[in-house]
Write a protein that binds this ligand. Structure first.
Ligand SMILES: O=C(O)CCC(=O)C(=O)O
Ligand SMILES: [Fe+2]
Length: 258
């Protein structure tokens, strides 16, 4: 998972460049374009070459809700808790890609973790049979997950933010591969299943989904723009820094997950 592209200037990107980046993304799920310096409007314009942008409820008070600024000083009193997720799964058409541009990075830490959910799906049954790790025997089988649907909530961002129901296993609409599509940040429960059973299905899945062998950890350099495919990966902010960090973000509307 992951590929880095050097020597591009995204200020002059066109549909040909986007087409090439897009095929890299389909193959590698995450593309880092290094050494960029895009202002908000420039990143927004680049994002619009990929499709329709979505606003984010956390950015609705900004003058431009299509560009989000994620900033923090990492100090303990402001500390949030990181959590693995695919972006905005509470949305009826969650973003198929997110592009995050590192504007200010702390001297230490502040990496972002990525977990390949095609691999999580592909290795599910094999992991369940690995009796050396006792928790894995609680994993559901791949067959049990097919045709299940889960509820995802955005209520953490406000009472008006919707919930959505999506398949637990989704099929990537470009490369045709299946991927696990539940996450501990937004997924509340599996629909039409008793709560206890739903929890005992989801918990082991979430542990399995972030198995180290499925993960890539991005150590940011200032100017990086990382574009990732939310149909293929989960990610998490690693909140281990104590200096300012600022990221500029746009998300591109996806299709209804199937
Ligand atoms: O700040 C980060 O490392 C990632 C934050 C995040 O979850 C996102 O941009 O979607
Ligand atoms: Fe995210």
């Amino acid at each position: 998972m992951g590929v880095r592209v050097d020597g591009l200037d995204l200020k002059s990107a066109n549909n040909t460049v986007v087409g090439e980046l897009r095929s890299l993304l389909n193959e590698h799920h995450l593309v880092c374009v290094s050494q960029q310096d895009l202002h908000e409007e420039e990143q927004q314009a680049f994002g619009m070459l990929w499709g329709e942008l979505l606003t984010h409820p956390a950015a609705m008070k900004r003058s431009n809700p299509y560009v989000q600024i994620l900033s923090g000083d990492g100090r303990a009193k402001n500390r949030a808790f990181g959590s693995w997720h695919s972006d905005m799964t509470w949305h009826p058409t969650p973003p198929w890609i997110t592009m995050l541009h590192a504007r200010t990075i702390p001297g230490f830490g502040g990496d972002t973790g990525y977990a390949n959910q095609h691999l999580a799906w592909e290795y599910l049954d094999q992991a369940r049979k690995d009796q050396r790790r006792s928790h894995r025997r609680y994993l559901p089988t791949a067959e049990q997950l097919l045709n299940l649907r889960a509820n995802h909530t955005g209520k953490g961002f406000g009472a008006e933010v919707p919930d959505s129901i999506h398949p637990v296993v989704r099929t990537h609409n470009e490369n045709g591969k299946q991927a696990l599509y539940v996450n501990p940040e937004f997924t509340t429960h599996i629909v039409d299943m008793p709560e206890e059973e739903s929890l005992s299905t989801l918990f082991p899945l979430w542990i399995h989904a972030i198995t180290e062998e499925f993960c890539y950890r991005h150590r940011w350099r200032q100017g990086d723009i990382v574009i990732w495919d939310n149909r293929s990966v989960m990610h998490t902010a690693i909140l281990d820094y104590d200096k300012p960090r600022a990221m500029q973000r746009v998300v591109v509307k996806g299709d209804t997950p199937t």
